[in-house]
Design a protein around this ligand. Structure first.
Ligand code: FE
Ligand code: CA
Length: 520
């Protein structure tokens, strides 16, 4: 019988059977899966995309994670269990799945039948080996009004640039949910604070090895084991500054077909290493946009501004001026399918906070006002017509549905800078309505740009909706959300070049429900 990747729906009643289940029963595991010799859970465990009755749990068998995985090219049987307690005594769901070689022996289990708003613990077993225990939680029931949500925002972790002490601080802070908005890996290696000895990732095997290196980091593993994640990608999961199906200028894969094959490899490896609910990608695309509701308190729209965007025609450099492309109605950032989906979701949502978890700076940041405006063309500023369609959608649905025009929150990464901005109905009209706030989280471990540091003082002066930016620090953002306010504490690591460096709150900002963001 051919093994199937789909999770077995068989589950067992909890109770005394739990101990027996996890007792070694080699017979079960031998047929037809291969025997697990070396410890295979080197990349830890993870969970993600919590619904009110289900959550995805993940692991990957990889005895030698930066050199091809180190597993035989056979499927392995992996058992899993989910419990109500940390000691794994009160098991409520269990089953088994297949770790298949064509998916790098990754395991994605969409565990169903859970209770809303509850904390659970989970682990896996392969042969005689037990994984670490991860903790996760389900979303509150849709109709409920949860009192609060504690959320961590992270992005941009270049292995070579430093240590990921930001994750240590996040783990100590213990948020309910973690949101990662891209640059989970960087496709190239190097030697700076830490060494990434791997060649540039182009093939599937090379991307897998890079995830193997990155996911070996103990701080990252601890953050995954702490809480469920929502996640989206940016460019470096494939290649710097690629747009849709077009490689960057100076790409190692300039040929269009070669780049597409590379993108397929990068997407597949991302799927393999993240707790995706959707099945493995087939063909060229991997759908990442989705929504997660947290009771009536918040609805998250996880966006993909990379896969479907129009090729940037105003210039190939990061920084440049607008051209006809910028106002062309066929220019898109999300792609028209995703735009329509988001528009419909914004129409239907009744959540207090409408949250977009996405890659790149949404708010306008004009670097050089005057006759020639200059922007980061790789961000929404390179696609102002698409941005305007989205803010028009926010305004239209806020007005027509008798729910708030405000309370839109945009969570952003990409620029390795901490920052706060108003979200405006029209960025070309400084007096237009404030729809909410954008919180830009600095990088966990990627150096800030000297160019941006030079530009920021002017940008803050001439774009009054930009409240504060600082690109000198690494860290994360702790968000505490209630029906009355959205609070953001910017946590910065003292010295990110030193392992275990502590973090401090640099500044705190609050959006009162119905109001606009201010420093507190
Ligand atoms: Fe980055
Ligand atoms: Ca990026």
């Amino acid at each position: 019988m051919a093994p199937v990747h789909e999770v077995s729906r068989r589950t067992f009643v909890a109770g005394a059977a739990g101990a027996a289940f996890f007792a070694t029963r080699f017979g079960d595991d031998l047929a037809p899966g291969a025997v697990v010799n070396q410890y295979p859970f080197t990349l830890g465990v993870a969970s993600g995309d919590p619904l009110s009755n289900r959550v995805v749990i993940w692991t990957r068998l990889a005895a030698d994670p930066i050199a091809g995985g180190g597993m035989a090219s056979h499927p392995y049987r992996v058992r899993w269990e989910v419990a109500e307690d940390e000691a794994m005594r009160r098991v409520v769901r269990r089953g088994s799945s297949w770790a298949e070689p064509e998916h790098a022996h990754s395991v994605h289990v969409d565990v169903s039948g859970l209770r809303p708003g509850r904390t659970y613990w989970y682990r896996f077993r392969a042969g005689r080996h037990l994984s670490p225990i991860g903790r996760t939680r389900t979303a509150p029931a849709y109709g409920s009004n949860p009192a609060a949500l504690s959320l961590g925002l992270v992005s941009c972790q270049r292995y070579t640039h430093g240590y990921w002490s930001a994750f240590d601080d996040l783990v100590a802070t213990d948020p309910d949910l973690v949101v990662h908005v891209g640059d989970y890996i960087y496709e190239t290696g190097g030697n700076s604070v830490r060494t990434d000895p791997l060649p540039e990732s182009i093939t599937l095997e090379q991307y897998r090895n890079r995830y193997g290196l990155y996911k070996s980091d103990p701080s990252l593993q601890a953050a995954h084991a702490l809480a469920p994640w929502l996640f989206t990608w940016d460019d470096h999961e494939v290649e710097n500054n690629y747009t849709g199906t077009v490689p960057e200028v100076g790409s190692a894969t300039p040929d269009p077909a070669a780049f597409l094959a590379r993108r397929v490899a990068g997407y597949k490896a991302y799927w393999e290493h993240m707790p995706f609910r959707r099945p493995a990608p087939r063909g060229l695309n991997l759908r990442v946009d989705r929504r997660i509701r947290w009771g009536q308190l918040a609805e998250f729209f996880v966006l993909d501004g990379r896969q479907y965007r129009s090729d940037q025609l105003c210039g190939s450099a990061d920084i440049g001026s607008h051209c006809d492309f910028s106002t062309d109605p066929t220019t898109t950032w999300l792609g028209f399918r995703q735009e329509a989906w988001l528009d419909r979701r914004l129409e239907r949502t009744r959540a207090t906070w409408k949250v977009m978890a996405q890659q790149a700076l949404f708010s306008k940041m004009d670097f050089a006002p005057g006759a020639t405006d200059i922007y980061n063309l790789d961000g929404w500023d390179g696609y102002p017509a698409a941005r305007r369609r989205l803010t028009d959608s926010m305004v239209a649905h806020g007005a027509s549905n008798n729910h708030s025009l405000t309370n839109h929150i945009v969570l952003t990464g990409d620029i390795h800078a901490s920052g706060v901005s108003d979200v405006l109905a029209d960025y070309d009209d400084p007096d237009s309505a404030v729809l909410g706030a954008e919180f830009v989280g600095t990088s966990v471990g990627s150096a800030g740009s000297a160019l941006l540091a030079n530009i920021l003082p002017t940008a803050l002066q001439v774009n009054p909706h930009l409240k504060w930016f600082d690109n000198s620090q690494r860290g994360w953002v702790h968000h505490r959300i209630t029906a009355d306010e959205w609070r953001a504490d910017y946590r910065h690591v003292d010295d990110w070049r030193i392992a275990g460096s502590p973090s401090q709150t640099a500044t705190s900002w609050v959006v009162p429900s119905g109001g606009s963001v201010a420093q507190v």
